[in-house]
Structure formats: structure tokens, C-alpha cells
Ligand binder design. Structure first.
Ligand code: SAH
Length: 353
């Protein structure tokens, strides 16, 4: 059953496939030969662009207050059992200081959609981080804002923005979000982020309830048309205090295949091996690297609050220690597969060979 090869070659040559072709690949995801071939192609492409270098970003989960109610997410507004916290500006700066000393040159600030941390408070924060660490990049991941607010954040010095589209099918998007959150609004935000000038990341979970291969094909069609700089893909993992608490987690194999296909489609892509992948499978982030990912985002949030940023069950199992310990563990795990951490911003378009 080698009928996947022409599709992989076409994807590499043209940067896109037809919907039926995507579905044909996905429907064979449990075929080891397909996953192995895709991973080998993806890895070769990654090595050509980035040599053995892996970009790292320190992620600071600075607030778990959220006005949204995404059905899959443990910090959704309706989860009254979530213990809410937010870090102060000084606490966030301390995380950056520690992260800088570990060697991080990109800080990712992620939170729920917290009205306290409005654009008016985020701008001075970003500005302070950029003044304190001029050689570092700042990535924001704080959800949907207006184009004007995105522009203000960009002008304050933020370099990148992560906003997963979650599902490019409006039918499926509405199955995993409340009615007031719409795919249309998500897409408008993503287009605004690109217009403003951010290195922009979209992405989705694999195996959210109701997701079909056709929905995944729509995700890939959207990505090939949108041409993001980054794509975050991780398996869905249930959280017990959400409506999807009893659903099963997404497939690690399908996630790995999707990572490989993204790399084959866009050789320059910044493609993280996500925490969710590392949570579902021990060593999963290294598997992600072997499938074509080139970014890892260790958690550099204060230890005390980490268990509260609980998007899904067991989230902290991938990052058990503090970032310093993790960093050296990570170095060893990467060295074992011939890779090494790059100390640098790791911007889109940065080629290491
Ligand atoms: N408020 C920000 C950050 C959201 S959390 C925003 O809206 O962009 C970051 C990502 O975690 C989400 O985009 C989602 O894709 C992922 N996530 C949330 N719940 C999850 C779950 N149960 N399993 C796996 N990933 C999850």
C-alpha cells in the first residue's frame, strides 16, 4: 500500500493537496509505513533548513481567568472549581529574568481571555520586557482582540502572536465552542494579526469530539491558504471539569502524521512539539521533533501556579521540574537524537544552514 508516496511528493512540490487527497492520507494514519515515510521526508526537510538546531521558547502562563467557555478547556469560565490566579507585572518580569538566565531568547506570554490583562496593561508590560531584554522576542497568546489592539501590542514591541483557529470547519468549530464564539471572528483575528505584521501562528487540536478526517482536511486547506508562520498542533486531552470530560484523547499517531505533513507543506514553518503531545506520550516531544517539529516551548511559569493553568488532565506531567532542570534534561534528550538547542530568538525565516 504505497499509494501515499505520490501524495507526499505532490504536497512537497505544490504546498497543497485537494480535500479528498488529504482525507486519503488521514484515513491511513495507522499505516506505519505512511507515518515513517512522512516523518523521514519531514525530518530531512527540517535538517536542510535548520541543521540540528531546535528553537526553544519559555512559556509564561500568566493568568487563568477567562471570559470564554470553550467546551474542551479546563480554564473555561464555567469551571467554577478552577482556582483562579494572575501574575503581577513584576512576577512576569521575574520569570523572564530567570528564563533569560536559562538561555531563552523568546518569551511566550499566554493566558485565558482575562479582562484585567487588557491591551492597556499588556502594552506597558511588553514594553518593559523588550526594554529589559532587547535581544529577546515576545510572543503573545491572549486570544481575540480588535485589530486596533493587536496593532497597539505590535507597536509596544510584541513580535509574534499565537491564536489557534481550533477548527477551520464552522460546523465542527460550533460543536466545541459556545454560540457566542464564532469561526468567523477567529478568522478575522488571524487575518488582522498578519496584516498588523506579527509572525502569526494558528493551529488546532487533534481528536476533539466530533472531529472527522474531512474537518482535518479543512484545517490543512485553511493552513495552506493562510500561510501562517507557526502552527501549533497537539492532541486533545480531556479535562474532567468540562463537558468533554469523559471523551477520549486524540491520537498521538495522527498528531505526529499531521506535524510531518505540515513540515512537508511548508519547509520554513515554526512547528512546535507541543506540551499536549508530551503529556499523552512520555518522550512525545522528541517524537514530535523526529516527525518534523523544530520548536519546543518549556514552561517557565512559577512552580506554585502551574497546576492551576490546567487546560487538560495531567498537563504538568511533561514539565515536572523547573525550567533549569528541564532545560538540561531536554538538552540530553535532544542530544540523543542528534539535535541541540539554539540560543537565539528563532524567528521565522531564520535559516541555520
Ligand atoms: N486564551 C488563549 C490561550 C488558549 S490555551 C487563546 O485563546 O488563544 C492554548 C491552547 O490550548 C488552545 O488554543 C487549545 O488549542 C489548547 N487546549 C485547550 N484545551 C485543551 C485540551 N483539553 N486538550 C488539548 N489542548 C487544549
Amino acid at each position: 500500500m504505497e499509494n501515499f508516496l505520490p501524495l507526499l511528493n505532490k504536497l512537497h512540490a505544490q504546498g497543497s493537496l485537494e480535500k479528498e487527497e488529504w482525507c486519503a492520507l488521514f484515513s491511513q494514519y495507522d499505516n506505519d509505513a505512511l507515518r515513517r515515510t512522512a516523518a523521514e521526508m519531514a525530518q530531512q526537510i527540517t535538517l536542510e533548513r535548520f541543521g540540528n538546531g531546535i528553537f526553544v521558547r519559555g512559556i509564561i502562563e500568566f493568568s487563568n481567568y477567562c471570559v470564554n467557555d470553550c467546551l474542551y478547556c479546563g480554564i473555561r469560565r464555567s469551571n467554577k472549581n478552577a482556582e483562579r490566579y494572575r501574575l503581577s507585572e513584576n512576577e512576569i518580569l521575574e520569570c523572564c529574568r530567570a528564563g533569560f538566565d536559562y538561555g531563552f531568547r523568546t518569551f511566550v506570554l499566554q493566558s485565558g481571555e482575562d479582562r484585567f490583562w487588557s491591551c492597556g496593561r499588556l502594552c506597558p508590560l511588553v514594553n518593559r520586557i523588550k526594554c529589559s531584554f532587547p535581544e529577546c522576542a515576545v510572543t503573545l497568546s491572549v486570544g481575540e482582540l480588535t485589530e486596533k489592539e493587536y496593532r497597539q501590542l505590535y507597536e509596544a514591541g510584541a513580535d509574534r502572536y499565537l491564536l489557534r483557529h481550533e477548527s477551520a470547519s464552522s460546523e465542527h468549530f460550533s460543536m466545541i465552542h459556545p454560540v457566542r464564539q464564532t469561526l468567523d471572528s477567529r478568522m478575522q483575528c488571524l487575518r488582522a494579526l498578519k496584516r498588523v505584521g506579527f509572525q502569526t501562528g494558528c493551529g488546532f487540536m487533534v481528536g476533539t469530539p466530533g472531529q472527522t478526517f474531512e474537518h482535518l482536511a479543512e484545517d490543512m486547506l485553511f493552513i495552506s491558504e493562510f500561510r501562517p508562520h507557526m502552527v501549533g498542533i497537539g492532541p486533545f486531552i480531556p479535562h474532567c471539569e468540562t463537558p468533554f470530560g469523559n471523551c477520549s484523547a486524540g491520537s498521538v499517531e495522527l498528531t505526529l502524521l499531521l506535524l510531518s505533513l505540515c513540515r512537508i507543506m511548508f519547509p520554513d514553518l515554526l512547528l512546535p512539539a507541543t506540551t499536549a503531545l508530551g503529556t499523552l506520550l512520555p518522550g512525545g516531544r522528541i517524537e514530535g521533533i523526529l516527525a518534523g517539529a523544530n520548536v519546543i516551548m518549556p514552561n517557565i511559569s512559577p512552580m506554585e501556579i502551574r497546576s492551576k493553568y490546567s487546560l487538560y488532565n495531567n498537563k504538568n506531567s511533561a514539565d515536572p521540574g523547573n525550567a533549569g532542570v528541564l532545560h538540561s534534561d531536554l538538552q540530553q534528550q535532544l542530544a540523543a537524537v542528534g539535535r541541540q538547542i539554539v540560543i537565539g530568538r528563532g524567528d521565522y525565516g531564520e535559516r541555520l544552514c
